[in-house]
Design a protein around this ligand. Structure first.
Ligand code: RNT
Ligand code: ZN
Length: 417
């Protein structure tokens, strides 16, 4: 079927496919730099991941330097439709002779991210930021909730430095910067005091956010989690902690990562509860397989449901979208491209739903017809609209981008030894 026929079929349901395509082109999605090197970063010699997260696999070709990571990100950008922005972690600071060389995380400055700013500016894209509270000798193993004041202060200073860097990214690039705070703080076994760490966590967040920033440009977030590997019994930044913290301030928003809940809970069902109260929220889109395993995002039911919820609430400009996964067992560039394209597919699929009709059926309690129509929509000619979207964006079609990955692997990635 051609695009014009597909368009007609959607139009019969009152859905404007051209408008869906135009809309999606305006929606920024943050591309996580950390898929390129298994969350290694450039600021520590020992790249062992801590904080309860794990990248498994040792597929050859991971980026070892800023130049390699940038080249890989460029390859991704060339193969995905839609509006990309970059998502950096503080551990991706670039130290060189021009900026005085290595400093520890509490002393990071905007200048350590100038090369990233140049990279983003040259590509006309924005940049989000994350302080890095893991994979560092000052994790005792707690960071912002540590009872050791030296440790806690070190990490607060890292957070404050990150606010300044986020402001710099927003100012330089003229686009909002979402600054996400996640820590792996918690305990493997039953704690004797659950309140102390959570009170110190609160104090630390307050101290970080007392650093001045422009609330219309920098959007700090609190990302919650249920548990991590080695941190099974107690997580300081629990769902309730993060919701309550964000609720208590006008300058901190809730970030939900769909790998961070019990397996039968779904983030798609949580979004409306947040947006019923808050102007904005943020998402980390990932795929947990049995745990928060951070597999590549697929065009699967939950990803579609999350996107449908956002579209139905007309909230594409209220929800900051970011990818967050790291698979080291397959070609990393392909992993990036697959996840990004799948999120684009899910968003486009959502934009092609006859939302008003479906809502009306629900409100009129016509549940049989609601189910039948929702099922039939699954086999509508979505692929033709997707193909048109790729064409309009000037990006390769399904079937056309993977050969380019194979070429890149042969000519570039396989030479990294
Ligand atoms: C970990 C969190 C966190 C990290 C990144 C690297 O479970 O999801 O967002 O994945 O900050
Ligand atoms: Zn996350």
């Amino acid at each position: 079927m051609s695009y014009s026929q597909a368009k007609e079929q959607y139009a019969r349901l009152g859905v404007d496919a051209d408008a869906a395509i135009r809309k999606l082109q305006t929606v920024p999605v943050a591309l996580h730099c950390w898929q390129g090197d298994d969350v290694g970063g450039f600021d520590q010699k020992d790249k062992t991941l801590t904080g309860g997260i794990q990248a498994t696999g040792n597929y050859p070709g991971k980026a070892r330097t800023p130049a390699e990571l940038m080249a890989d990100i460029d390859k991704v950008i060339s193969l995905v439709p839609g509006q990309v922005k970059l998502n950096l972690h503080a551990c991706y600071a670039i130290f060189d002779e021009d900026n005085g060389g290595w400093v520890d995380r509490d002393k990071l400055e905007p200048k350590h991210f100038k090369k990233w700013v140049d990279f983003c500016r040259a590509r006309g894209i924005g940049c989000d930021f994350n302080p890095t509270f893991f994979s560092h000798p000052m994790c005792d193993p707690l960071t912002l909730s540590s009872p050791n004041e030296t440790t806690r202060k070190f990490w607060v200073e890292h957070g404050r430095a990150s606010v300044r860097i986020s402001q710099y990214l927003a100012d330089e690039l003229g686009k909002p910067c979402v600054m996400n705070i996640w820590t792996g703080d918690g305990y493997k076994d039953l704690p004797a005091d659950r309140l102390g760490p959570r009170l110190r966590y609160k104090q630390s967040f307050d101290e970080i956010l007392s650093e001045p920033f422009d609330k219309t440009k920098v959007f700090p977030c609190a990302e919650s989690k249920v548990f991590g590997i080695g941190v099974e019994s107690y997580t300081v930044g629990s769902a309730e902690w993060c919701l309550k913290y964000a609720a208590g301030r006008d300058d901190c928003i809730t970030l939900m990562d769909n790998g961070h809940y019990h397996p039968t809970e779904v983030v798609s069902d949580k979004l409306a509860s947040i947006l019923a109260f808050d102007k904005r929220m943020a998402l980390h889109i990932t795929r947990g397989v049995r745990w928060d395993s951070d597999h590549v995002v697929l065009f699967d039911d939950e990803t579609k449901e999350i996107c449908k919820e956002i579209v139905r609430m007309n909230a594409l400009d209220r929800v900051f979208l970011a990818l967050d996964y790291f698979d080291a067992s397959i070609n990393r560039v392909a992993a990036w491209v697959t996840g990004f394209r799948n999120l684009q597919k899910a968003l486009l699929f959502a934009l092609l739903q006859p939302c008003e009709t479906l809502k009306k059926l629900q409100d009129e309690s016509r549940f049989t017809k609601l189910m039948v129509l929702q099922e039939e929509l699954k086999t509508y000619p979505f692929g033709d609209v997707w193909a048109e979207y790729c064409r309009v964006c000037g990006k390769p079609q399904d079937g056309a981008w993977y050969p380019e990955i194979e070429r890149y692997e042969k000519e570039v990635l396989s030479l990294r030894r």
